[in-house]
Design a binder for this molecule. Sequence first.
Ligand SMILES: Nc1ncnc2c1ncn2[C@@H]1O[C@H](COP(=O)(O)OP(=O)(O)O)[C@@H](O)[C@H]1O
Ligand SMILES: [Mg+2]
Length: 211
Amino acid sequence: MPKTYQDIVYPSAAAAALVHNLVTNRMPFPANGKNGLLIYGPSGTGKSTLAQLLVQDIPAARGGRPVFAVTHPIITTGGNNASLLQSMRKKAETLFVMEDLNLFILHEVDLLGNAAMRSMKSVMDMPCTMFVMTTNDISAVENGVKSRSHLIDMTAPPAAQWLNQARQHLATLGVTKPVADQELLPLIAGCHGDVREILTQLQMLALDLAA
Ligand SMILES: Nc1ncnc2c1ncn2[C@@H]1O[C@H](COP(=O)(O)OP(=O)(O)O)[C@@H](O)[C@H]1O
Ligand SMILES: [Mg+2]
């Protein structure tokens, strides 16, 4: 299980570098009117996991600042989200101390619907806010929300990117025999980046090898 954003398997070196630069503030964030991180890709590639890790790693990488970040996990559902946006606005208005930052996590942000999605833009414009969002349908996310966000690509990595972690995982499953790349690569590729499926397939392979 990944413990920091650096343990995540990214689809490209560029995606990994962008996340690293944003976390460490080498790429100033929030800045230039962007205070959102929009993590997009298909199911099971680790978007929600990365969102959770970023909330923990961003303050840690900056010497504990923002010190008083208040995290609001928002449950997005289909339907009318007007009241949800209203409650976000209320929360964003509440600052306890000067350094305070209201940090919102919205999983599956595409579920917001058109009206709420349009209100998101004005909520994102509120001062001292940061947004970490995930979606598996980036086409359903309003352009204004995208414009206020850094887009973090979590599409399926090439199978080779998973080889190291797959081997480490097999070791934790008690597999001591070496497993060839030619055996692992098609197994991983067939999972289309879905980590839950990769872990399941590795478990099956471990059973086969133990038999
Ligand atoms: N290196 C890794 N990168 C991403 N996810 C990983 C990794 N190793 C294990 N996982 C696990 O895979 C699962 C991915 O699920 P999740 O983050 O919910 O994906 P998504 O939100 O994209 O559907 C989580 O249980 C996560 O802990
Ligand atoms: Mg998710």
